[in-house]
Ligand binder design. Structure first.
Ligand SMILES: Nc1ncnc2c1ncn2[C@@H]1O[C@H](COP(=O)(O)OP(=O)(O)OP(=O)(O)O)[C@@H](O)[C@H]1O
Ligand SMILES: [Mg+2]
Length: 264
């Protein structure tokens, strides 16, 4: 008997291209406000999805719905094929999803290193002993550029270093999906490129990265795809060059007058 030439993957087969994160029809209402509505996304390992949109577009709400910090009013969230719709944050973290917060949230009573060690002890493949967790923390801190700052309290960190700590805490969970909510905010221009290089390195290591960012050049440089949220819905999604030259996107950011003026 001859072998079939090619067997198409059946639904649910784990190939490199099958999404590790998928949302379908994701929706969140706050009273009369639809903060997120009908959001479908599929993110494979080793890819970066940039999420942009004006203030209040629903970007952080989208991350909160994926990470379990908010429950959707409709739609689904799957991680690695597992339905995690409405699951609590610790369950989502255990499924391999780590996130940073737009407003940084360290444990103020712990040192920088212990903040990261705590995360290492509670990840999906938690390390067993505090000593092991501290070793892990030291490695992660080195990787994000906080090598010499492990012993200080988080309150002593600069804005940029506080963002690095957010990232270190997320990485200590050893995630397969990384949700970054404005990790570049407050960084000086010279600090942005190294941060982007690190995020891209993480992607090359196989992480699926969803990054929310207002710096469009950064998003264009780092994303395989860009998704534009506007009033909670997906305005458009595609390769960065195509999306960022879309007149509807320019208009969403800058308003009608800008696009009209630039046409004349
Ligand atoms: N807990 C909440 N209760 C009520 N309304 C909320 C809540 N969280 C967010 N919203 C509203 O939902 C909408 C989307 O907010 P969200 O924070 O997701 O926007 P964003 O795109 O992250 O904005 P920014 O760029 O300013 O961070 C806004 O109108 C916001 O006021
Ligand atoms: Mg936000």
């Amino acid at each position: 008997m001859t072998e079939p030439e090619a067997t198409p993957p059946t639904a649910g087969t784990a190939t490199d291209e099958s999404p590790v994160l998928r949302t379908e029809g994701l929706e969140r209402r706050f009273g009369g406000l639809l903060a997120v509505s009908g959001v479908d996304l599929a993110l494979p390992p080793g890819r970066t999805l940039g999420v942009i949109g004006p203030n209040g577009a629903g970007k952080s709400t989208l991350v909160n719905l994926i990470s379990g910090h908010l429950k959707p009013t409709a739609g689904t969230v799957h991680v690695g094929g597992k339905d995690l719709t409405g699951a609590r944050p610790w369950r989502v973290a255990h499924a391999g999803v780590a996130r940073t917060f737009q407003i940084v949230k360290p444990f103020r009573g712990l040192t920088v290193a212990d903040n990261v060690a705590v995360a290492a002890m509670f990840g999906p493949s938690p390390v067993r002993t505090p000593a092991h967790a501290r070793r892990e923390a030291a490695q992660v801190l080195e990787r994000v550029g906080l090598g010499g700052r492990g012993d200080v309290p988080p309150a002593e960190l600069s804005v940029a270093d506080a963002r690095r700590l957010e990232l270190a805490k997320a990485l200590a969970l050893r995630p397969r999906v990384l949700l970054l909510d404005e990790v570049l905010a407050g960084l000086r221009p010279a600090e942005i490129d190294p941060a982007l290089r690190l995020i891209d390195e993480l992607r090359r290591d196989g992480l699926a990265v969803l990054i929310i960012e207002h710096i469009i050049q950064a998003i264009a440089a780092i994303s395989d795809e860009v998704l534009v949220l506007h009033h909670g819905t997906v305005l458009t999604q595609g390769p960065p060059r195509q999306v960022l030259s879309d007149e509807r996107v320019v208009e969403a950011y800058l308003g009608h007058r800008y696009t009209r003026k630039n046409r004349s």
